[in-house]
Unconditional design. Structure first.
Length: 286
């Protein structure tokens, strides 16, 4: 069994990013900038945001964390985004999800300038991604595709089952796999016989948020298991959506949790920020 080491791979990506940032600074006098908006006091969101800010700093990317109280109105949030859209120092704008219930997430995501949408959640980028055009790709599925590439895993012609159909993981994952010419089946909580689909899969990507849902008797010998899930158990330990101990002797490759897909996500966010900075350079030239 080959362990797909997202932690090691993300270090390589971060090194690539450092080089790209240095080139932008030296040759184009551009320092890439990322703004992260954090609304409310959700502890997990605060941890993710802090980790994004730290990774930016290490890579030489200018970053601003804009904290707003849970009680802000949608108008106030939209005004903040509008200001950031106009701020030439900020190449990327990211609104940490989930947002409080009184705020319409769709309206907020649509307010971000699509050329600064480093999360790739704006319908402009979603549409371009589905059409296989150049776009900001959502960091988690983008990271999974990079992992396939780095480990020499050819997805073209493979049967891939994506479990979970959220806008941020499952759906974009399926789109990227379709673009890469895989045969893709997407399952969700209403799928009648999940194992029927997963047993036929060469690759299973699971992103559901249910600890240890995927067991060895649900996969075929030599399957590749990509575990996107991050679940905190009562013991405080982090675990994935696949039962790692059960699956590890049956599959050919598997991502650990933690240390698999998670670290790749931040790496790809940094990549998207560089892409946004390069777009700024092109716009400034015009
Ligand atoms: P979500 O709650 O938005 O969507 C979950 C999806 O799973 C839904 O489509 C639902 O129908 C499906 N589902 C739920 N139970 C199921 C079941 N028993 N069988 C089949 N399908 C089922 O979740 P999300 O935002 O896509 O996140 C999924 C998981 O991935 C979570 O654990 C989350 O923490 C993790 N995640 C990790 C990263 C990362 O960087 N590694 C990024 C985003 C999300």
């Amino acid at each position: 069994m080959i362990l797909l080491d997202g932690k090691a791979l993300s270090e390589k990506i971060k090194e690539e990013v450092k080089v790209e940032v240095a080139e932008l600074v030296e040759e184009k006098q551009i320092t890439p900038g990322l703004a992260v908006i954090l609304v409310g006091n959700d502890a997990a969101s605060a941890t993710y945001v802090a980790s994004k800010a730290k990774s930016c700093k290490n890579a030489g990317i200018y970053s601003v964390v804009h904290e707003m109280p849970e009680s802000i109105t949608q108008e106030e949030l939209l005004e903040t985004i509008a200001r950031m859209n106009e701020n030439p120092k900020l190449d990327g704008i990211l609104v940490q999800l989930p947002l409080p219930k009184h705020i319409d997430t769709t309206v907020v995501l649509e307010a971000i300038d699509p050329l600064k949408d480093v999360d790739g959640f704006h319908p402009y980028n979603v549409g371009r991604m589905v059409s296989n055009l150049d776009a900001f790709l959502p960091a988690t599925p983008f990271g999974v595709m990079r992992m396939f590439e780095e480990y020499g895993i050819e997805v073209s012609g493979k049967n891939v089952v994506v479990i979970g159909s959220s806008d941020i993981v499952g759906k974009p994952m399926a789109s990227l796999l379709i673009n890469a010419k895989a045969t893709v089946t997407v399952c969700n909580s209403r799928t009648k016989d999940l194992a029927f689909f997963t047993k036929a899969a060469d690759i299973v990507v699971i992103a559901v948020g249910v600890p240890h849902l995927l067991k060895a008797d649900m996969i075929k010998d030599g399957a590749i298991v990509i575990d996107v899930g991050i679940n905190r158990l009562d013991t405080g330990k982090l675990t994935g959506d696949a039962d790692f101990e059960d699956c590890k002797n049956k599959c050919s490759h598997i991502t650990p949790v933690p240390g698999g897909v998670g670290p790749m996500t931040i790496g790809m966010l940094l990549k998207n920020t560089i892409k946004a900075a390069k777009l700024r350079e092109k716009r400034e030239k015009k």
